[in-house]
Design a protein around this ligand. Structure first.
Ligand code: NA7
Length: 547
């Protein structure tokens, strides 16, 4: 079914307004409808899918196992849908979300092509007014940002960017009709996860590919492939147990934490265990030992292992040297998962440009100029990432109690209670917001947990005739301190990562996701709910109760 493209501005009242029609927004529609509440979703894209709608670059796929990167709330769906590969490609995930939207008629609650520009809380009525660039204006009791953690594209401010005469792309806004690079001289700026997935495929098509690398990245081979029939059968027969294990595991995929530290074993055992993790493919390598995230010496052993693999794969020792990250511990920036990334540099039509030796000075009409030389190009691909975790939230002009702006409230970095609410913004919820495990977990597990928490909470508030709820300031301060304390126990804050906001000039440096793990966080939230939603302040009663 194609999306409802009605362009007539909506002027109405409802129970809940949700921003975003990705995994979170779609599940919110289902839950609120089942509760008998009205829900209006606004989505900037022309259809459902969120991240999987926008990120259509070559090679885009999920790094979480397909079977875990899916909804657990529809038992029929679990049985009728069959993932084709270990790591799902973007078109298949988008197809899945379209299937879910069709199956449950979810599009009826979404206005597409509608980017939310402002949301304002009225202290007198405890209602939000949400407006879009498309002229919609909806008043609601609750306002939920389900905008995803990586959806506000980062276009670096490089001198002369508009002067380039060739084609320009950003991986996060890829043309729906695809791009044919055959015979083209292509430049890719950036070497994060998106670039690492796209580079081998662009290299196979282009006449020549220049990769402009500001920071070398650690990447682990995916060893992706078709899901064997016996695996599919096992999963379908055991979904309930697998989902339960996923919900209470640290990573949201049921992985059992490693039992040993890298420094506790012999050199031979360590090497063998790293090799096993490497050959398993994907994030498994990061879960080889329990101390590599917190102990630099242990971490160095994983660094050396990956450096050795780069030396093995890359034929030119000088290129291999440039590809080896040396300035930050492994796992402190989001680990990448690839298919043939390092080997791509053995191709004659691929050149690695090390920007640490000669930074980009400008983009010219002909291509990219560094301090060393100008590179003539037909197309530039910006694989420069996102204003992560806060970008899409702060792009909306959000005004809470007393007209306070969220941009002001978060000037020194995001502050939330459990990543779900922020003090001074009553009845506004965040799905996988900063201060929750979010990007450090399997996103669908964390999304479901937040959607269920928020919808259950709203049900509880309605049952108790509560009209407005806010995060308690002291509880929020404690939570922010705890998030920082856990992060500071690890090596994570030592890297200039997007987790820290370090990729965006001027963004406050604060470690944004919660590192305590999905299972522990879930139990904490269950405790909060069982304790009459401790830490949330119930502010006023509904008029029904007051009558
Ligand atoms: P990332 O991981 O933020 O990668 C962006 C890359 O772009 C990274 O290598 C950056 O270098 C580079 N970059 C950013 N700005 C510039 C400028 N001005 N000049 C040169 N290079 C630049 O984004 P992705 O889209 O790859 O992945 C984001 C997440 O999506 C990923 O982690 C998964 O969770 C899914 P830097 O490292 O900052 O030096």
């Amino acid at each position: 079914m194609s999306a409802n493209q009605n362009t007539t501005p909506i002027k109405s009242e409802t129970d809940v307004v949700v921003v975003g029609a990705g995994f979170s927004g779609l599940y919110l529609i289902k839950r609120f409808r089942d509760m008998g509440l009205g829900v209006q979703v606004f989505e900037a894209g022309t259809d459902v899918g969120g991240t999987w709608y926008w990120n259509r670059y070559p090679g885009a796929r999920c790094d979480s196992d397909s079977i875990h990167y899916s909804y657990s709330w529809d038992k029929e769906l679990e049985q009728e849908w069959t993932w084709s590969e270990k790591f799902s490609p973007q078109p298949e995930i988008l197809q899945y979300l379209n299937h879910v939207a069709d199956k449950h008629n979810l599009r009826d609650s979404v206005k597409f092509n509608a980017r939310v520009k402002a949301a304002t809380f009225d202290d007198a009525t405890s209602r939000w007014t949400v407006t879009t660039e498309a002229g919609d204006e909806v008043s609601s009791r609750y306002f939920i940002m389900a905008t995803g953690c990586l959806s506000s594209a980062n276009m670096p401010d490089i001198k002369g960017a508009d002067s380039f005469k060739g084609d320009t792309y950003h991986t996060g806004h890829w043309p729906h009709e695809g791009v044919d690079f055959t015979g083209k001289r292509v430049g890719v700026i950036g070497t994060g996860s998106s670039a690492i997935q796209a580079i081998p495929l662009i290299a196979a098509e282009a006449d020549h590919l220049h990769v402009f690398q500001r920071s070398a990245q650690y990447t682990i081979p995916a060893f992706n492939g078709p899901l064997p029939d016996e695996r599919i059968k096992y999963v379908k027969e055991n979904y309930d147990e697998l989902r339960h294990a996923a919900r209470y595991s640290p990573d949201g995929m049921g992985t059992v934490p490693p039992a040993k530290g890298a420094l506790e074993v012999s050199d031979e055992e360590r090497e063998a265990m790293y090799m096993k993790g490497w050959q398993t493919g994907g994030f498994g390598f990061a879960r080889t030992f329990n101390d590599t995230g917190i102990n630099k010496e242990a971490n160095d052993t994983a660094v050396k292992f990956v450096h050795d693999r780069i030396d093995e794969i890359v034929k030119d020792p000088e290129v291999a040297r440039k590809l080896k990250p040396t300035t930050y511990p492994i796992f402190t920036k989001r680990i990448c998962v690839d298919t043939d990334y390092y080997a791509t540099y053995n191709r004659e039509n691929v050149t690695l440009v090390d920007l640490t030796e000669a930074p980009i000075t400008e983009i010219t009409a002909k291509g990219v100029r560094t301090e060393a030389q100008e590179y003539e190009l037909d197309a530039i691909v910006f694989a420069t990432g996102f204003d992560a975790m806060t970008g899409s939230i702060l792009r909306v002009d959000i005004r809470g109690a007393g007209g306070q702006s969220l941009r002001d409230a978060w000037e020194a970095g995001p502050r939330t209670y459990l990543g779900l609410m922020t003090h001074g913004f009553p009845n506004m919820f965040l799905i996988t917001g900063p201060g929750s495990p979010s990007v450090l977990s399997n996103m669908t597990t964390s999304i479901e947990q937040h959607v269920e928490f928020v919808t259950d909470f709203i049900g509880h508030l309605d049952e108790n005739n509560v009209a407005a709820v806010d995060a308690d300031l002291a509880e929020q301060d404690k939570w922010v301190a705890h998030v920082n304390e856990v992060a500071n126990y690890t090596l994570h804050p030592t890297a200039n990562s997007w987790y820290m906001g370090a990729n965006i000039p001027g963004k406050p440096r604060i470690f944004m996701p919660y590192m305590g793990g999905v299972g522990a966080y879930r139990q904490l939230c269950e405790g909060v709910a069982n304790d009459n939603y401790k830490g949330f302040v119930k502010m006023s009663e509904t008029s029904a109760a007051a009558e």
